[in-house]
Ligand binder design. Structure first.
Ligand SMILES: Nc1ncnc2c1ncn2[C@@H]1O[C@H](COP(=O)(O)OP(=O)(O)OP(=O)(O)O)[C@@H](O)[C@H]1O
Length: 245
């Protein structure tokens, strides 16, 4: 039996209305992509092509201007994320869809280990076990132990990225969106992230990840979608990566 996609993005476009400037700014245009359980779809293309906009559309930070985002839930129900109500989106974010961004928004005074453990605690895992797992992954990602009890609010870019990755990977969602997950990391930690992402694939998580570094695409991607503003996208498979522009 062929493997079924967990997510299908069909003809996704987003135009931003800049009311104060009285103008419209086209962003992502006519994007098609699919995500499969246990596989990683890489999203590449030049700056400003709309890659982050597509991930934010899937996570529903933005509403698309047009197109469909069909997500198959754990119960096997198909939902168009472009039309789902806020309550359903919040439930899916809690249980099924994760997003590792380049920014970290946390409550003041919340410790790093609590930030990382929180998605597991929300899923009903005991605080003691969740904290144990949080410390384990923070150590794997080379975040110094002296920082675990401190709020990440004042962390460096690379430290914040480690916290974001630790939280997103530990939660093991069914679909994980990653926006340049290794952008601020040193080569040793990047290798560790590659290993953790490959482990997560084995558990069946579907991933869509933005990369600028083609070496990472070769190491991690099962398929690639190239965004080319403003005319659309080109899809090809990992075996063709060397032919990519
Ligand atoms: N909230 C917003 N309001 C107005 N314009 C926006 C907004 N978000 C993104 N854009 C515009 O949409 C276009 C695509 O932005 P996006 O961040 O999706 O690109 P990207 O491909 O991820 O770029 P990069 O590789 O530099 O991260 C850009 O021209 C950007 O200025």
């Amino acid at each position: 039996m062929s493997i079924q996609p967990i997510l299908e993005v069909e003809d996704f476009s987003k135009t931003f209305m800049l009311h104060e400037q009285g103008t419209e700014l086209p962003s992502a245009h006519s994007v098609f992509l699919k995500a499969y359980p246990g596989r990683l779809t890489a999203l590449t293309g030049p700056t400003g092509a709309g890659k982050s906009t597509v991930l934010k559309g899937i996570y529903r930070t933005y509403l698309p201007t047009s197109g469909r985002i069909i997500f198959t839930t754990e119960q096997g129900q198909q939902t168009d994320l472009a039309k789902a109500d806020e309550h359903q989106i919040l439930e899916l974010r809690k249980d099924e869809i994760g997003f590792v961004t380049q920014f970290l928004h946390t409550l003041p005074r919340q410790s790093t280990e609590d930030v990382v453990a929180m998605p597991l605690i929300k899923k009903g895992i005991s605080r003691i076990i969740a904290l144990e797992k949080a410390r384990e992954i923070l150590s794997q990602l080379n975040l110094p132990e002296r920082l675990w009890a401190v709020s990440p609010a004042t962390f460096s870019g690379g430290e914040k990225q480690r916290v974001n990755l630790a939280r997103g990977l530990l939660a093991q969602p069914r679909l994980l969106l990653l926006d340049e997950p290794t952008a601020s990391l040193d080569p040793k930690t990047t290798d560790r992230v590659v290993e953790l992402i490959n482990n997560l694939k084995q558990t069946g998580t579907a991933m869509i990840a933005i990369f600028h570094d083609m070496d990472l695409v070769k190491r991690l991607a099962d398929s690639v979608v190239v965004l080319e503003p403003p005319i659309g996208t080109e899809n090809f498979f990992n075996s063709d990566i060397n032919k990519a522009p």
